[in-house]
Design a protein around this ligand. Sequence first.
Ligand code: NAD
Length: 348
Amino acid sequence: MLVLVTGGAGFIGNALVRRLLQQSHSVVVLDRLTYAAAPEALDEMAGSDRYAFVHGDVCDPRAVSRVFAEYQPDAVAHLAAESHVDRSIANPHDFVQTNVAGTARMLEASQVFFQALPPAQRHRFRFLQVSTDEVFGSLGPDAPPFTEASPYAPRSPYAASKAAADHLARAWSHTYGLPVVLSHGCNTYGPWQYTEKLIPLMLARAWAGEPMPLYGDGEQVRDWLHVDDHAAALVALLLQGTPGKSYLVGGRSERTNRTVVQAICRRLDQCRPINAPHGRFIVSVNDRPGHDRRYALDPSQIERQIGWKPTWRFEQGLAATVDWYLSHADWWRKKIDKRAHARNLAAE
Ligand code: NAD
């Protein structure tokens, strides 16, 4: 397969690109390289003749149709998105633009390309819409996990923009016959994640001996999945997902935010005892407005029908992630410094 991966320089995107290349597929990445991108993660692919990178915006119809015309992909994995809930609360319009309008552009271009394919190639073409568990809203403490039949009930601007994109993808499938497969992944962790998300943010703060800001009572529950397992699920869905269907990609690892942050501190105490005990840096801060209390997914369908299962145990994956961030401090510290520099310039 030659797969067009939008957002391939992002956190999950680069893990997907690596896995596709390892499995002998070919990849073209389309990415705007926003602040969240980790293009350094793609450096190791640069020499491969099965890999190409296009710097472009999914909202730009000319850039998108050029990629289709030049590379003739067998499938699209659409990951490009604004992905941080806090930013969506501060500036929802960027999320509407990339996540909703950008998805509509990708669907439109995919449809035009798909219609022109000879029947044999049309048969195997897929558009994988990479979505999130957040579109289903918040669960009570004892409620059963979400299933594929759960209704959409997004509550943050981020979740609403992803839900809108999913509805567009379903509409393109139903109305135009585009072979769309939807995946709803849970909270993902691992290498190359930008230091605004919970795990790398807390790690960076603890590393520097700075306050680790835990929202509210820290008892919000998330289901956690290692990025390599998430990427494996996406490859499996590109190859085996049934058009028109959605699949929940859950890690069967529900943890409270407080438990996660304490586990990070324990690992740092072992590996970098200079600031131990790191738990003393945890501080409670005002909760995020409208903060969802619990997400959990039932992954039985993808396990049964596709044969995918998470392979990382959360504690093992988290320890490996802490170790990775410790050995890549140059990378994430450079990004933090760049951000601080931009803020200072803006303030001048
Ligand atoms: P990320 O923020 O790390 O990366 C997003 C990538 O998209 C970046 O490389 C960025 O440069 C690119 N991008 C942004 N706007 C673009 C545009 N207009 N045109 C082209 N490229 C653009 O995100 P991530 O965590 O890797 O998430 C990838 C996808 O998976 C998203 O669609 C997200 O909603 C979904 N998802 C993420 C998680 C998670 O826990 N991280 C869980 C479930 C689903």
